[in-house]
Write a protein that binds this ligand. Structure first.
Ligand code: FES
Length: 220
């Protein structure tokens, strides 16, 4: 499925909006209401605030729905030094870091610094969360289940994450990662994790193989 991206060009900064990745977290509306106003058309006015402020608010967007490009020579978005996965209660996992997303054949699909990955299995735009967990009845308290033996003990070298979308299965995350509970506690550090994205695992956030029984399908 082709991603819908709308570009809002300003004099000093251009903002892009990835429509299907927005789950209405509203960091932008709170952070710079003069720039981002969902009751106005166009709803993004990049020149309505200082470009540094626009950039700072854009990078607060946890889903990666918003990105920016400076036209004034200002700094691009910096790559986070750590890769942090924040579980959301009854919702997606927000991943922030130096991210490279691969399909199951190893081809690079895209690179990013912020992505909200679906965990309920119901997204119409996998691997992105599109808010369907609100309608699928997905329930997870956002705590960390029992880590697989091969996960946390692996030494994690500094660097980015490679996240592989396994065909009709889990997210395989390779690289140094920190996993946070929904209430903000760091409970897992490691070099590898296999994360459920079908919603059926009984050991969330990890995959326990349940996707094979449920017939989960996801086209990367
Ligand atoms: S992807 Fe959900 S159990 Fe494997």
């Amino acid at each position: 499925m082709k991603e819908r991206i709308i570009t809002y060009r300003g004099k000093d900064i251009t903002v892009t909006f990835h429509v299907d990745r927005c789950t209405h977290v509203a960091e932008c509306l709170r952070g710079a209401p003069e720039v981002f106003d969902s009751g106005r058309r166009p709803w993004v006015e990049p020149d309505a605030a200082d470009p540094d402020k626009v950039a700072e608010v854009v990078v607060r967007c946890p889903t990666g729905a918003l990105h920016f490009k400076r036209n004034d020579g200002g700094p691009d978005e910096s790559i986070p030094k750590e890769n942090v996965l924040n579980l959301q209660k009854n919702g997606p996992v927000w991943v922030k870091g130096d991210l490279e997303i691969h399909n199951s054949e190893g081809a690079v699909l895209f690179r990013d610094t912020r992505v909200a990955f679906c965990r309920c299995g119901g997204s119409a735009h996998p691997p992105f969360c599109d808010g369907m967990h609100l309608f699928t009845g997905f329930r997870d308290d956002g705590r960390i289940g029992r880590p697989p033996a091969s996960g946390s003990e692996e030494s994690a070298q500094p660097g980015g994450l490679v996240i592989t979308l396994q065909t009709n299965g889990a997210l395989l995350v390779n690289g140094p990662l920190i996993l946070m509970t929904a209430d903000g506690k760091e409970e897992y550090r490691g070099g590898r994790a296999l994360l459920c994205r079908c919603g059926a695992s009984r050991n969330k956030p990890f995959c326990d193989g349940s996707h094979k029984k449920t017939g989960f399908t996801a086209n990367p």
